[in-house]
Design a protein. Structure first.
Length: 255
């Protein structure tokens, strides 16, 4: 298991050189770059700019894990779904150009007054199209466990089964609702066979979420992907990241 960063709160205001410097200094080995943030790694990058970004990562100890997007596929409007599919494809190309291994996408809830099964089918079919495209670039489509209703693990399992493509995988999100009687084992079991190369973790000291159990379950199935911190904002992220690295290592050792 490797520790990385989601540039959602801790890295949102860092340009790319600062991001790479701070991750290297604190022992964060990789980064999922959220779109629209200050690092500026976006679809609009030219071919030359993409080569420059890739070289910056290659010249540093930090790995570009892939872009984090807000692409979603639940809308009942076919044009909106098609737009999101096309945007996903462009992010697949960007990730490939920069040396990444996949693109984070999400479900984001159900459509009001529409049967859940219909929304799940729409999302799954759209994800299959994305997965087929991503396969040609050696990329994963990382479906974050996200959204009201859609973050329920049986729903996520149904979405992934409907997509039915090896490149469409689950990005575990360490949501509080996954914990039942103090354990996340039943929830993780729903998607354990579909875990991709990334998952999101939050405050590791939080006793309400059984991180030690999570790490132990992952170790048992020999998970070797990225554990990406998506933790709440702090006034001193670099200092907190150093402590986070130590706590992460302790949990890995104890698991």
């Amino acid at each position: 298991m490797r520790l990385g960063l989601v540039t959602y709160m801790w890295g949102a205001e860092w340009d790319l050189p600062t991001l790479l410097k701070n991750c290297a200094e604190t022992g964060f080995e990789g980064a999922e770059l959220r779109t629209t943030h200050k690092h500026g790694v976006e679809l609009a990058l030219t071919a030359e700019e993409r080569r420059e970004v890739r070289k910056r990562f290659e010249d540093s100890p930090v790995v570009f894990v892939g872009p984090g997007t807000a692409c979603e596929y639940h809308s009942p409007d076919p044009a909106v779904v098609a737009k999101n599919i096309e945007e996903t494809k462009r992010f697949v190309e960007l990730s490939h150009d920069l040396g990444g291994t996949g693109v984070k996408v999400r479900p984001n809830g159900f459509v009001k007054d529409e049967p859940r099964e219909k929304t799940i089918e729409r999302m799954g079919k759209a994800l299959r199209v994305c997965g087929e495209f991503a396969e040609g670039y050696g990329q994963e489509i990382r479906v974050e466990v996200h959204g009201p209703g859609t973050q329920e693990l049986p729903v996520m399992k149904a979405i992934l089964e409907t997509a039915d493509h090896p490149q469409v995988v689950c990005c575990w999100n360490s949501n509080p609702g996954e914990v039942v009687n103090g354990s996340i084992a039943p929830a993780l079991a729903e998607v354990a066979h579909k875990l991709g190369q990334t998952m999101h973790i939050h405050d590791l000291y939080d006793k309400q979420y059984p991180y030690l159990e999570l790490f132990g379950l992952l170790k048992k199935q020999q998970y070797d992907g990225w554990m990406l911190s998506e933790s709440p904002p702090t006034a001193d992220p670099v200092r907190v990241m150093k402590y986070y690295r130590m706590l992460f290592d302790e949990l890995v050792a104890r698991a």
